[in-house]
Ligand binder design. Structure first.
Ligand SMILES: Cc1ncc(COP(=O)(O)O)c(C=O)c1O
Length: 403
């Protein structure tokens, strides 16, 4: 499929083929078990093959999987109602699609049509997906440059600094798009006042605030939605990944009524053949139910502190190999001095059956985004394996740092 990727995986010793999974564990064809801290880039909030979610999928599969697209379907209606209930403030309407990038594409179009303005403000280091529109608001040149020219009228500013947004904000701006915590940028947690300040600027200039919660959403950061940490209600919220419960792909844009009036006169202006299919919607509704009933956000908050503190202690002992540990809930980034150190650590972790990967826009950060159903004993095991991996690379550290 992708010989270059195959070579890279082989070079790092990542040569196993996955076969099945349960809770925080993925099992390869040889029967080896791995604690998954890569979590499908943050997908497996409710764990692999969560039995309630799989059961709901089986039921819906027997009844109706895809939609006629002419008639409505109950799972889609129920999911929209549930999202309206669970999302903050007056976020009320949902558009359903099949991935994070599609949710971002939709949100960008909604912002432009709703405001009648062209310009979007985004941030350096942002990751919003790899389709052309989503790529245009993403912030890493490596992925952008080969596809230029991208969408016009996109302005990038440094992340976490509302003043930089204020400097470019005017009445041509349709929206500011932002991740509440930058995931692929290297797990960057902004100052507490950042999102409220962006909300204020958008209100002042009649622009929409788009929160991309594709990675932070559905419990990962210790709240169901990461914007809840700051009490900010965005105009449009993008969801995907964990919304599918680790069983089905699904994406969604949830919007406030004031950001959704364009559909009144143009109901077919944005559509998706597979979006809102009953199978994915039934699964997503069950995924939300499991997340809330099992209080997975609280679990992320509590276990996140254990993992963060454990990694910080290791940073104290291995301060040349780990330069920073940061994050919120079970979204944690471990910064290393070079991509070489990161690669060696990922390989050592894998050999000891812990899966972890780089963040896509920052190869000096290894992300730790395990399923929220990971146990305290598994976190202890992960920390033990980190210690062994750090000890194993110590003799090679000078070479690895120099690259
Ligand atoms: C914040 C954010 N937005 C959008 C995306 C794109 O999602 P997908 O890969 O489902 O297109 C990602 C994927 O990592 C993401 O982290």
């Amino acid at each position: 499929m992708n010989p270059g990727l195959a070579r890279a995986l082989r070079f790092m010793g990542l040569n196993a083929v996955e076969k099945t999974g349960h809770e925080a564990i993925i099992v390869d064809e040889e029967g080896n078990q791995y604690i998954d801290c890569a979590g499908g880039y943050g997908v497996f909030v409710q764990g692999y093959q969560n039995s309630r979610i799989v059961e709901r999928a089986h039921q819906q599969l027997d009844q109706l999987s895809l939609s006629s697209r002419v008639l409505l379907n109950r799972p889609m209606i129920a999911l929209a109602e549930e999202l309206a209930r669970l999302t903050p403030g007056d976020l009320q309407y949902s558009f359903f699609c099949n991935s994070g990038a599609e949710a971002v594409e939709a949100a960008l179009k909604f912002a432009r049509i709703q405001t009648g303005r062209p310009r979007i403000i985004s941030t350096y280091g942002a990751f919003h997906g790899k389709t052309l529109g989503a790529l245009s608001v993403s912030g890493r040149d490596t992925y952008r440059q080969p596809f230029a020219p991208l969408l016009p009228d996109i302005i990038h500013v440094p992340y976490g600094d509302a003043q930089k947004v204020a400097e470019v904000m005017d009445d041509q701006v349709a929206a500011v798009i932002v991740e509440p915590i930058q995931g692929e940028g290297g797990v960057i947690v902004p100052p507490d006042e950042y999102l409220p300040a962006l909300r204020g600027l958008c209100d002042q200039h009649g622009a929409l605030l788009i929160a991309d919660e594709v990675q932070t959403g559905i419990g990962r950061t210790g709240r169901l939605f990461a914007v809840e940490h700051s009490g900010v209600v965005p105009d449009l919220m993008c969801l995907a990944k964990a919304l599918g419960g680790g069983v089905m792909p699904i994406g969604a844009v949830v919007g406030r009524p004031s950001a959704w009036t364009f559909f009144d006169s143009a109901p077919l202006i944005h559509t998706s053949t597979f979006g809102g299919n009953p199978l994915a919607c039934a699964v997503a509704q069950e995924a939300l139910r499991v997340t809330v009933e099992d209080d997975l956000p609280q679990r992320a908050a509590t276990l996140g502190v254990t993992l963060l503190n454990g990694l910080k202690q290791l940073q104290g002992r291995f301060s040349r190999a780990i330069t920073d540990v940061r994050g919120r809930g079970l979204m944690i980034g471990v910064e290393v001095p070079s991509a070489g150190v990161g690669g060696a650590l990922i390989s050592e972790l894998f050999q000891r059956h812990v899966l972890a990967v780089y963040t896509l826009n920052n190869d000096r950060v290894i992300r730790m985004v395990p399923p929220l159903v990971i146990t305290a004993a598994q976190i202890d095991q992960v920390l033990k394996v980190w210690e062994q991996a750090l000890s194993a690379i110590e003799p090679m550290l000078d070479d690895l740092i120099e690259g």
